[in-house]
Structure formats: structure tokens, C-alpha cells
Design a protein around this ligand. Structure first.
Ligand SMILES: Nc1ncnc2c1ncn2[C@@H]1O[C@H](COP(=O)(O)OP(=O)(O)O)[C@@H](O)[C@H]1O
Ligand SMILES: Cc1ncc(C[n+]2csc(CCOP(=O)(O)OP(=O)(O)O)c2C)c(N)n1
Ligand SMILES: [Mg+2]
Length: 350
């Protein structure tokens, strides 16, 4: 059955039981504590009881053919489950990057009539499963909106709370080290393979395993919470290490140098895929160049990027660079002391 065969209330009747079950499970886990979500989906607004600390909020949109495809060149089909999964990772990445705990999500779905009604149920399962898989055991889904559109577009708002001062981007200091936790390059690798024709992929053993870096990224929520104890500045990497490190550098008024040797640790799991993409591109880019492009400029892994005093780097973070006092507006980030020619994802020029 297609979306166009159903009324809005019939569609909600598919979606809401999955969300309600998720919210009930959260409430069970919170036994003994006063619930944050005191009124969930069903009324004009949700009601939250954010008891203590600072409230943080963020929003992110995924649009068909800009952020995912229903069918990729590789033949893989991204369904509602994948889109729901990634919506949660994107938003919880922003909450974690402030050092905050996710509390609830609001979900807006704009869908064309030719989408299967099961897409909506899969989306609900994907967003709930991903939230739990990231360890956000207490994060409910407070409500949302449903509408018709000419392409699939999903917008999620996340609300979080922080018992201490939220970690900003603008307080890295000269002498800090810059470190990463979570995966780097896996989402860009997945994107390149998804966009590669299936017959080119058959040389690559179990090639579908690389798709998940793009379709179901793991995120790094737990690392954000750990880093909040000692990070001077933090953000999640959505647009690529170099571009996002540039945002910390600009906001903090410092320079950052990345040590390319330190990035090699992220290359290993992606090596077989880089060889395949290099061969498909007629070796115009060597496997080594592809690995560096994925790891240094690929977005969407939602790894944590943070600046710490050198003796206060938490377990799970890999030092990839250093903060210096020289801020150069035209090149706030260098790699091995030199300007890198490609810096990352930009929605409007990329
Ligand atoms: N339409 C908008 N209205 C107000 N603020 C916006 C808008 N789009 C982006 N921003 C703000 O600009 C900053 C950068 O946005 P973005 O690159 O999407 O951040 P992030 O990578 O954390 O999702 C964020 O602080 C965001 O809130
Ligand atoms: C079809 C398709 N083309 C290109 C991309 C690559 N891509 C889309 S958005 C993006 C960067 C992240 O953007 P956004 O989710 O808007 O992150 P924000 O900076 O707002 O957190 C990248 C690398 C993709 N995922 N799918
Ligand atoms: Mg954004």
C-alpha cells in the first residue's frame, strides 16, 4: 500500500504505536526518577519536565537525493529504517558534542504519495533502534508532524540537557591537542561505494559491509559525554575533519595543524574499498589518496572532535593534531604544515 492510499490519521496509526512502545520502554528504565516527557505524541504540544541544568537544542534535515537516495547506483535501496537511523545519529551527534545528554526528539516527515506505507513503520523502528544503539537509553520521541511533498524530507529536532556548562567550539587554546573519537572516513567510503555501479563492486569481498558507514553510522554519543569532563572545545564531524576543525579554529581564534601520520590509523579498515574505488576511477586517484580524502574530508561519521590539554585526553580519543597560537583566516587548518587542497562538504558548492 502507498502513502497516497491512506489518510493522515491512518498513517499516524502505523507510526505512533512504535513510538509509544519506545517511550514506554524509556519510562520503565527511568523507574523511580520523575519522567522528562510528561505528555508525548497526541496533543498540540509535548510537555517536558527538564528538571536541572542547561537545555540544548538542535535540528537537522535529510532530503532525498541530497542526503540519501531511495535507490543507489550500486543497487542498494535506502529505506525508512536507514533514514530513521541516520536522523537520530545526526541529531544526537550535535547533542553529544555539547557534552549533553539527549532527552527527546521531534520528528517531521514530508513524504511523496508513491512511498510505501511500510516506509513510515521502518522509519519509526530505525530512529528508535538507533537511539538505543547509541546508548541514549532515556531519549524519548515527543512528537512530530506529517505532510505531503514532492520528495522525501525528514527533519528531526533534538533536545538535550547538560548538568555542567555545555562545551562550545570557541574555547580551544594554543597548546591543546586535537583528538577524534569514533570512525572517520567510513561514511565517505560508504557513499563512494553506494554510488559505484554494482558490477564494479563484485571484485570487493562482502562489499555491502562498507555501505553501513553511510547508511547506518554508529555515531559517538558516549565519547561526547566522557569528553565533557575535560574538553576545552568540541563538535561532531558532519562535514569532514578539516572543514570542521576549521570551525573550531575560527571560533577559537587559533591555528590547527593535523599530523597526516596520525590519520593512518583510520585507513586500515577502509583499504580494500579504496583499492576498488581507485580501480573503478581508472587509477586517477591512488588508493592512498582516496583514503586520505575519505578520512580528512569525508563527512557524516559524526565522530567527536575535541581540543584537550595534552595530559587530559580521555580513553577512546586519538590525537590527530595540535592547536597553535597563529590564526591564519585564509588557512586556519594545515596538514603537516601545508594547506590541503580539498577541505570538505558544502551543501551549496559541494
Ligand atoms: N536556517 C537557520 N536559521 C538559524 N540558524 C541556522 C540556520 N541554519 C543553520 N543555522 C545555524 O548555523 C550553525 C551551523 O549550522 P550547521 O552547519 O547545520 O551546524 P551543524 O553542523 O552543527 O548541524 C548552527 O549553529 C545552526 O544553528
Ligand atoms: C545522495 C547523497 N549525496 C551526497 C551525500 C553527502 N553528504 C550529504 S550531507 C553531507 C554533510 C552533512 O550535512 P548535514 O547532515 O546537513 O550536516 P550538518 O553540517 O548540518 O550537521 C554529506 C557529506 C549524501 N549523503 N547523499
Ligand atoms: Mg545542520
Amino acid at each position: 500500500m502507498k502513502i497516497s492510499d491512506l489518510s493522515e490519521s491512518q498513517l499516524l496509526a502505523l507510526f505512533l504505536p512504535i513510538i509509544d512502545e519506545h517511550n514506554q520502554r524509556v519510562a520503565q528504565r527511568q523507574q523511580g526518577e520523575s519522567p522528562v516527557l510528561t505528555l508525548g505524541p497526541g496533543d498540540d504540544c509535548a510537555v517536558l519536565n527538564l528538571l536541572q541544568g542547561k537545555t540544548v537544542m538542535t535540528i537537522d534535515t535529510q532530503t532525498e537525493n541530497q542526503d540519501f537516495r531511495r535507490v543507489w547506483a550500486s543497487g542498494y535501496e535506502s529505506g525508512g529504517y536507514d533514514v530513521g537511523w541516520k536522523a537520530s545519529v545526526q541529531n544526537l551527534g550535535d547533542i553529544a558534542a555539547m557534552g549533553a545528554q539527549p532527552q527527546t526528539l521531534l520528528v517531521s516527515l514530508s513524504l511523496p504519495g508513491d512511498v510505501e506505507s511500510d516506509w513510515v513503520k521502518d522509519f519509526a523502528r530505525g530512529i528508535c533502534d538507533s537511539t538505543l544503539a547509541q546508548g541514549a537509553d532515556f531519549c524519548t520521541i515527543a512528537g512530530g508532524d506529517l505532510g505531503r511533498s514532492s520528495e522525501i524530507s525528514v527533519t528531526v529536532t533534538a533536545v538535550g540537557s547538560s548538568s555542567g556548562e555545555p562545551v562550545r567550539r570557541d574555547s580551544a587554546t594554543p597548546g591543546d591537542v586535537l583528538a577524534v573519537a569514533g570512525s572517520l572516513g567510513a561514511a565517505a567510503c560508504g557513499l563512494d561505494l553506494l554510488e559505484t555501479p554494482q558490477q564494479q563492486l563484485e571484485e570487493l569481498d562482502d562489499y555491502q559491509r562498507f555501505f553501513t558507514g553511510q547508511t547506518r553510522p554508529a555515531g559517538a554519543l558516549c565519547y561526547g559525554l566522557v569528553a565533557a569532563q575535560s574538553a576545552h572545545a568540541m563538535m561532531d564531524i558532519s562535514d569532514g575533519l578539516l572543514r570542521d576543525a576549521g570551525r573550531i579554529a575560527r571560533a577559537s581564534g587559533i591555528g590547527i595543524n593535523i599530523d597526516s601520520q596520525k590519520l593512518a590509523a583510520f585507513f586500515e579498515p577502509l583499504r580494500p574499498a579504496a583499492a576498488c574505488v581507485s580501480a573503478w576511477g581508472g587509477k586517477q586517484e591512488s588508493p592512498e589518496q582516496i583514503l586520505l580524502r575519505w578520512v580528512a574530508t569525508g563527512g557524516e561519521d559524526h565522530a567527536m572532535l575535541a581540543a584537550f590539554a595534552p595530559d587530559r585526553v580521555p580513553t577512546g580519543f586519538t590525537v590527530v593534531g595540535r592547536c597553535g597560537s597563529e590564526f591564519a583566516p585564509e588557512a586556519p587548518v594545515t596538514v603537516d604544515g601545508r594547506v590541503f587542497d580539498r577541505s570538505g562538504w558544502d551543501h551549496f558548492s559541494g
